[in-house]
Design a protein around this ligand. Structure first.
Ligand code: COA
Length: 177
């Protein structure tokens, strides 16, 4: 992979999602190791990450989640999810989750490309209201602001950082209409 290779983002079907579990587990481990608050603690390990992505692959198979993989060259270097909300009174809404780019490939546009792919898929699935939340101090807060998301506010102490310290979560939405 070189920085000159084109960035590609593709949705993974259930078989491709299962096949990508080792790569996705590696990206999640890298995010936790780099101090990101993404649902896991410093003491979590490979089996936790494999279990997490196995669950995501099941959600893909069930049609609950659209899972994206970003590549630059052959390797999967980033991922994001569009979670389709199944509630009868929210047929128009979806959530974005687990936007992760490997620390070796950041600031090259993969995160933005993943978000654009997720928004395009949302439009195609007739979901025109998107919601997400992120670590108040993380780089993602800048990413979402740059991409036109509306910041609602921060809930203090919403989660923990991998080292156990407090982490506020900042909530965003985007109306695609
Ligand atoms: C957040 C994350 C996905 C961004 O991925 P990325 O591929 O580096 O993002 P991009 O290169 O597409 O950045 C697009 C824009 O977002 C903003 N941005 C991204 N990272 C930034 C940072 N560290 N500091 C400030 N702004 C940043 C910039 O405006 C950037 O545009 P620019 O590079 O032209 O200035 C990545 O840093 C990451 O995986 N972090 C750890 C996991 C995490 O916290 N995920 C969010 C969970 S909700």
């Amino acid at each position: 992979m070189t920085q000159d290779d084109a960035i590609t983002v593709e949705p993974l079907d259930a078989d491709a999602a299962r096949a990508a579990i080792p790569a996705l587990a590696g990206i999640l481990a890298d995010a936790v190791d780099s101090g990101a608050s993404v649902g896991f603690m410093h003491w979590n390990g490979p089996s936790d990450y494999v279990a997490f992505w196995t669950g995501v692959a099941a959600d893909v198979a069930a049609g609950r989640t659209i899972l994206f993989a970003a590549r630059q060259g052959a390797d999967v270097l980033g991922t994001a999810q569009l979670q389709l909300i199944g509630k009868p009174n929210q047929p128009h809404r979806a959530e974005i989750a687990k936007v992760l780019v490997h620390s070796s490939a950041r600031r090259r546009g993969l995160g933005a490309a993943l978000m654009q792919a997720a928004e395009a898929a949302a439009r195609q699935a007739k979901r025109d209201l998107l919601v997400l939340d992120t670590d108040e101090h993380g780089a993602a807060r800048q990413l979402y602001g740059k991409l036109g998301w509306t910041e609602l506010g921060t809930v203090p102490r919403y989660a923990l950082m991998p080292d156990g310290s407090d982490c506020g979560s900042t909530f965003f939405y985007k109306d695609l209409r």
